[in-house]
Design a protein around this ligand. Structure first.
Ligand code: PLP
Length: 484
């Protein structure tokens, strides 16, 4: 083994590149869900960092021996949990380049290309999504993009919270409107922004799990009459559990008439708007104030890359810009991205998105998304055709909610039994390591989610998941009912 003497003398990039290449082409087989117990990985690691440097090949060996068994393979074509995602090889290459450059994209001069490339890819993506009138900024996650949007919404109220804070002064309750299907990062943002969870108003949803604009209007008018101050309405295009879509256009009518900030969370489903036949997903977004779309969810860009589009970037700047002398810009008429959020140092995330947009082209991306949607629709047709299973929600995109509810127990099976059985089926399926699915609850009912979104997922992978689900469910059902 070589001993490291300088910064990079034995860092074997070619070996790493070879490993990545094999991994991404599926030549290395691992269980999709890590098959370790809590503490297994930790138990193999020393309790302190080494005093002396170790050779690179020892690190690589431990990566394979100790770390990989504890990895859940998000990039596997048989990962069907949460929202299935993909790190396209071309984007992994871009990540490696960005890491090598180690740019902090905060001021224009700290890397003009990082800033200007970000501006350009935001315009490209904006045109593809049909939101070219908005200005895009890349953040790490939708959670941070959503928080940033809500902070701007709070500042737009003209209550001077940026300068005077929220304590020791007389302020009305600030209200934020969501549904029970809204992602949890919005209430979390309300915790962080001093809004308080009690001021997060849950508006009723319809039987397709979408917000009812009439009820929204009633809540808002009641709050105004009670002296409260509506701050923001959050509409979701593609909710986390079922991918249901709130009707943005009628919601926007309510918010515009009352001058309330409208934030659209389209973290997963927003990218579907690059397909003309799915533009409806963002219909009405032109009346929103902000929109989040995650290329790291369903646009084949590796974690992390989330885009916040805003109608008025100046509002964001007014909310966040604070410039100490050492960061004062020497150039005029340039964008300094540090002014648009909490972060100072920012990763060069535009590079991987640029690589993806160029490598696949808009048509290539549309083709892949259509492929995923078609697979999900076919999967749903198999579920529907099996009397022992039920589809539990509309499935306009690439996620299907389902549960096992065998015919021989229909009428006998309580919700408790169904929950227990479906949870056991999910666990035993996931323990095979062949596929990985996750669950949610809809209207109090435990359901499994089949999410399709990996570039390498084929019909055979989806069929394999269905076969494993059915065989494990049959076994559970028979056990519980004595073979009935
Ligand atoms: N919004 C929706 C609709 C989501 O489904 C998710 C995560 O699944 C998020 C926001 C949070 O995304 P992130 O992990 O980028 O913060």
């Amino acid at each position: 083994m070589k001993k490291s003497t300088s910064v990079n003398d034995d860092c074997e990039f070619a070996a790493v590149a070879g490993w990545i290449d094999k991994y991404l082409s599926g030549d290395l087989k691992y269980p999709v869900l890590a098959q370790v117990a809590p503490g297994d990985i930790r138990a193999q690691l020393p309790s302190s960092a080494p005093e002396q440097g170790e050779p690179f090949d020892a690190l690589m060996a431990d990566f394979e021996r100790t770390v990989l068994p504890g990895i859940t393979h998000w990039n596997s074509p048989r990962f069907f949990a949460y929202f299935a995602t993909s790190a396209a090889p071309v984007a992994v290459a871009a990540e490696a380049l960005a890491a090598a450059l180690d740019v902090k994209a905060m001021l224009w001069r700290t890397s003009p290309a990082a800033t200007e490339l970000e501006e350009v890819v935001m315009e490209w993506l904006g045109k593809l999504l049909g939101v070219e009138q908005f200005t895009g900024i890349i953040y790490d996650t939708a959670s941070i993009g959503g928080f940033t949007a809500l902070a701007a919404a709070r500042e737009s109220l003209g209550l001077h919270i940026r300068e005077r804070g929220m304590t020791a002064r007389d302020l009305p309750a600030l209200r934020v409107y969501v549904t029970e299907h809204t992602h949890s990062h919005i209430p979390k943002a309300c915790i962080a922004l001093g809004i308080g969870l009690e001021n997060v108003v849950v508006v009723e949803s319809d039987d397709r799990f979408a917000m009812r604009p009439g009820d929204l209007q009633k809540h808002i008018d009641r709050d105004i009459a009670a002296g409260m101050r509506p701050m923001c309405v959050v509409a979701t295009a593609g909710t986390t559990s079922t991918t249901s879509c709130d009707p943005i256009a009628p919601i926007a009518q309510v918010t515009r008439a009352r001058n309330i900030w409208l934030h659209v969370d389209a973290a997963y489903a927003g990218v579907a708007a690059i397909m003309p036949e799915y533009r409806w997903i963002l219909e009405g977004v032109e009346h929103a104030d902000s929109l989040v779309v995650n290329p790291h969810k369903w646009l084949f860009v590796p974690m992390d890359c989330s885009v916040l589009y805003v109608r008025d970037p100046e509002q964001l700047r007014r909310t966040f810009s604070l410039i100490p002398e050492y960061l004062r810009s020497q150039e005029e008429r340039v964008r300094n991205y540090m002014d648009y959020g909490l972060q100072l140092g920012r990763r060069f995330r535009a590079l991987k998105l640029w690589f993806v947009l160029r490598y696949f082209g808009a048509e290539g991306l549309r083709e892949r998304l259509r492929g995923h949607i078609a697979l999900a629709q076919e999967f749903a047709s198999w579920v529907r055709a099996d009397p022992d299973w039920e589809v539990m929600a509309p499935h306009p995109l690439s996620v299907v909610c389902l549960r096992y509810n065998p015919v021989h127990t229909h009428g006998l099976s309580s919700e408790d039994w169904l929950e227990l059985t479906n949870a056991q089926v999910m666990e035993s399926v996931n323990r095979t390591g062949e596929v990985f699915l996750s669950h949610t609850k809809i209207g109090g009912r435990f359901v499994l989610r089949m999410a399709i979104g990996n570039l390498r997922t084929t019909r055979a992978d989806v069929a394999c998941a269905w076969e494993i689900l059915r065989s494990h469910a049959r076994r559970r059902g028979m056990k519980a009912y004595g073979g009935g």
